[in-house]
Write a protein that binds this ligand. Structure first.
Ligand SMILES: N=CN[C@@H](CCC(=O)O)C(=O)O
Ligand SMILES: [Zn+2]
Length: 411
């Protein structure tokens, strides 16, 4: 199956060579061809160029994209999209004045989601989750990282990993599984946290690794969850199983989790709503991608990640949805790109770079996804007609997408 798209108003994120990360000042530039075409065969980008250089190419499907923008599909590097039920009652509690922390302290929050998930069958969990994943794909997301962390027992964490594996097999989108058993301390381990950490390091990590079912290890490094020492223990244990960290840090408090992540060569450090100079210094010269989650800040009314400080310090930045039932019950990357502009003061170019190339980097897949380069995978978006790509973030909460192409297939 081959697809030829002609008369594209703006073809975004086009690179002749293999660009895998975009940092600092370079994030202000979005490489682009105007009045362009692109030809894809099966799942691969074969050719592209300006219409003035176009010579007839035979294709099974020809699309006229007059007035439309074509770009790589969104790469969402941080989600918890596999969950059961919802947390609408906590949403109302927060409207009435309770904080995220107060809700968690009275047994709500992550523990609430874990209880529901433990009582949900694997099939039911799969059905609830694949529905969400399909909605994300329709909104333009072509690659999705999915974390465990609502299981919190060996059986329930393994159930989550099986569901993620099933989604990976059934879905056209790229699915990247992450083991986040250290998401909260289950109530039965409240007074014996060490034993839960042991269960993670001695049972869950070896099991997940033996089944080759998780690509990364994650820890919620935060007051009331896992401190620096505990996070270090978990990351050390994961290292011997080749599970690279992608960790939750600096959401509410600065504990030194960023420097710890860098020390462990984390692929990403995510949240960073709280950030100091030391954190920025720790990231400089590292291979660790900082990831901002503006949907979480919006929904919880907490500070937004200081993106300007990170980018202006010459660092790269990715943005992701953090789709989960508690702090960000939306996985709409179009909204994430828009809120990055409006709230994080990123330019449209920076936001699009953060949601494509850098998002792919934060999942370890930017060699093949997140940009338009010959030989890379054909995961593309065609927008509705618009005058300029800036309309994608500008018209917030509108759906800018007309057509999605995942692995060369028109959806
Ligand atoms: N902060 C930790 N984990 C999730 C929220 C989990 C929840 O509230 O269910 C996050 O990334 O925001
Ligand atoms: Zn998260």
């Amino acid at each position: 199956m081959s697809v030829l798209i002609l008369n594209i108003k703006q073809l975004l994120q086009v690179h002749e060579s293999n660009v895998t990360i975009i940092k600092g000042k370079e994030m202000k530039e979005l490489s682009m061809l105007e009045n362009a075409y692109i030809y894809i065969d099966h799942d691969t980008i074969i050719e592209y160029g300006k219409m003035e250089d176009y010579r007839t190419i035979e294709a099974d499907t020809i699309i006229d994209a007059t007035g439309k923008i074509v770009l790589p599909s969104w790469c969402d590097s941080h989600t918890h999209v596999v969950y059961a039920g919802d947390r609408t009652s906590e949403f109302v509690d927060r409207i009435n004045g309770l904080s995220y922390e107060e809700i968690a302290n009275k047994g709500g929050g992550i523990l609430n989601s874990a209880k529901v998930l433990q009582d949900t069958s694997e099939d039911d969990l799969y059905n609830q989750s694949i529905k969400r994943v399909n909605e994300l794909i329709a909104m333009g997301t072509g690659a999705i990282e999915i974390k465990t962390g609502y299981g919190l027992t060996v059986d329930a964490e393994m159930k989550m990993l099986s569901v993620i594996k099933r989604i990976k097999q059934e879905s056209l989108a790229v699915i990247i599984p992450t083991l986040l058993a250290a998401h909260a301390i289950p109530s039965e381990f409240k007074s014996k946290k060490k034993d839960y950490i042991k269960l993670i390091t001695e049972e869950l990590i070896p099991k997940a690794s033996e089944l080759n079912i998780a690509h990364f290890i994650d820890v919620f490094c935060e007051e009331g969850y896992f401190d620096i020492k505990e996070t270090n223990t978990i990351l050390e244990a994961a290292k011997s199983y080749d599970l690279r960290p992608k960790i939750h840090v600096n959401q509410f408090n600065i504990l030194g989790g960023i420097a710890l992540g860098v020390k462990h060569n984390a692929l990403s450090v995510d949240h960073l709503e709280e950030l100091n100079e030391k954190d920025i210094e720790a990231l400089k010269g590292s291979d660790t991608m900082p990831v901002a989650l503006p949907g979480c800040s919006y929904f919880l009314s907490i500070p937004y990640t200081p993106a300007r400080k990170l980018i202006d310090a010459g660092l790269p930045l990715a943005i992701a949805s953090d789709y989960n039932p508690g702090s960000s019950p939306s996985g709409n990357m179009n909204f994430v790109v828009s809120s990055a502009c409006v709230k994080l003061k990123m330019t449209p170019e920076e936001a699009i770079n953060a949601a494509t190339v850098n998002g792919a980097y934060a999942m370890g897949i930017s060699n093949m996804y997140g940009s338009i380069t010959r030989g890379k995978k054909a995961n593309l978006l065609i927008t509705k007609p618009m005058n300029h790509y800036s309309e994608i973030p500008y018209a917030f909460a509108h759906n800018p997408i007309e057509q999605v192409i995942i692995n060369g297939q028109l959806l």
